[in-house]
Design a protein around this ligand. Structure first.
Ligand code: NDP
Length: 389
């Protein structure tokens, strides 16, 4: 039985960048005195997962990789912490009786467990944007039907969530997503052709996991965020703007019909968004750097270049087509990204492959039921893999 005064939480993807920051915030806000951890999940980093499970007294630890089950079991022997593995283990973790679940698995692998948590009515702190990109309305409906809250953790969407006044929804004119522009913001196209994983992962402002860092460099991250905002805030694609803001101080903005623009500002530190999602509607005290405006001196803005960063155009195409096209874009993108990381595709080839797959699968509309989404994702991955040779 959960003790009445301690909140019960689970973290899907606790060994990643968001997961580690989430446990850091939990430790700062009282750790085991204030929170019970129902379940933690990871994939390959068994040592860290076992350490986290011991330190926070988790009831269940799960590795997504069934081959690592024995290793995790051994690492937690004698602790009384239950151990599971594979997709069924991830679902078991999601279905544990936590009333707040951080969804921080990377990629489409996070969809099914996050859906399971949403369906049973947990509040979902959503870092895994792929849930909304691939499954859009279906995912939002699952949260609504489950009865929990959906609180975005992506810094841009968390910013919008903070400044979008629900009472004033009819007065919202536009959502402005800010983008740092990534490490190649000023690179000419020719120079972008030969960039390496090491340069692509070096985000100028944020410290994040490998895949999202590279997605930021190609602006596929912003493309995913446009689709995420479309579903999350129920705004039309033409109401979503992207502006490059290299300092990453304004995390995003909402423009209203009276000309007002409300923005959320802060240091580029994910703990602010995580803490907000954890304590909502309160604001906990957090040890993040405070903005020093005199030192900051200036904030710059520029229009994104859709020739060098075609991902933004592809996001608009996916939104215009609707149905399963978000799943098509994301499935092709994940396959192309894995190939870039493995050295089997160049940096610019990622967008070329996604565009080609979207061209060939443009006829797939589908009602975007779960089976349609899973099929479209698989078809896009097969086709992208075929193009990669
Ligand atoms: P990381 O790569 O740092 O961590 C990913 C987590 O998912 C790890 O726990 C990893 O386990 C686990 N994992 C990897 N593969 C699988 C799989 N096949 N099945 C189940 N679990 C798996 O990612 P981030 O923390 O950077 O990002 C997580 C999500 O949050 C992404 O969707 C990202 O787009 C989003 N996000 C991240 C931000 C950031 O600042 N990092 C900001 C905004 C959104 P292990 O490490 O043990 O292998």
């Amino acid at each position: 039985m959960a003790s009445p005064e301690r909140r019960r939480l689970s973290i899907l993807g606790s060994t990643g960048s968001i997961g580690i920051n989430t446990l850091g915030v939990i430790a700062h806000l009282g750790g085991r005195d204030a929170f019970e951890i129902a379940a933690l999940t990871g994939n390959g980093n068994i040592g860290l997962l076992a350490d986290q499970a011991r330190r926070f007294g988790a009831d269940l630890a799960v590795t997504a990789d069934p081959r690592r089950y024995g290793e995790l079991k051994e690492a937690l022997a004698g602790t009384g912490i239950a151990v599971a593995a594979g997709n069924s283990g991830l679902i078991e973790a999601a279905e544990r009786d936590a009333d707040w679940v951080m969804a921080a698995i990377v990629g489409t692998a996070g969809l099914m467990p996050t859906l399971a948590a949403a369906r049973r009515g947990a509040d979902i702190a959503l870092a895994n944007k792929e849930c909304l990109v691939s499954a859009g309305d279906l995912f939002v409906d699952a949260v609504r039907e489950g009865g929990g809250r959906l609180i975005p953790v992506d810094s841009e969407h968390n910013a919008i969530f903070q400044v979008l006044e629900e009472r004033q929804r009819a007065a919202v004119e536009r959502i402005v997503l800010t983008a740092s522009g990534g490490p190649f913001r000023t690179y000419p196209l020719e120079r972008m052709r030969d960039v390496t994983v090491e340069t692509a992962r070096a985000h100028p402002n944020w410290s994040m996991g490998l895949k999202i860092s590279i997605d930021s460099a190609s602006m596929f991250n912003k493309a995913l965020e446009m689709i995420e905002a479309h579903h999350l805030f129920r705004v039309a694609p033409e109401q979503i703007e992207v502006v490059v803001h290299p300092q990453s101080v304004i995390h995003s903005m909402v423009g209203y019909r009276d000309g007002s623009v409300l923005a959320q500002l802060g240091s580029p530190d994910m703990r602010t968004a995580i803490g907000y999602a954890l304590a909502y509607p309160d604001r906990p005290a957090l040890p993040v750097a405070r903005l020093d405006f005199a030192r900051l001196a200036r904030l710059d803005f520029e229009a994104p270049d859709e020739v060098r960063f075609p991902a933004l155009r592809l996001a608009r195409l996916a939104m215009a087509r609707g149905g399963v096209q978000g799943a098509v874009l994301n499935g092709a993108k994940e396959t192309a990204l894995d190939a870039f990381i493995a050295g089997r595709a160049g940096f610019l080839a990622m967008a070329e492959i996604v565009e080609e797959v979207m061209e060939r699968l443009g006829h797939l509309k589908g009602a975007a039921g779960l089976d349609d989404i899973v099929e479209a994702d698989a078809e896009a991955r097969r086709m992208a893999a075929g193009l990669l040779g």
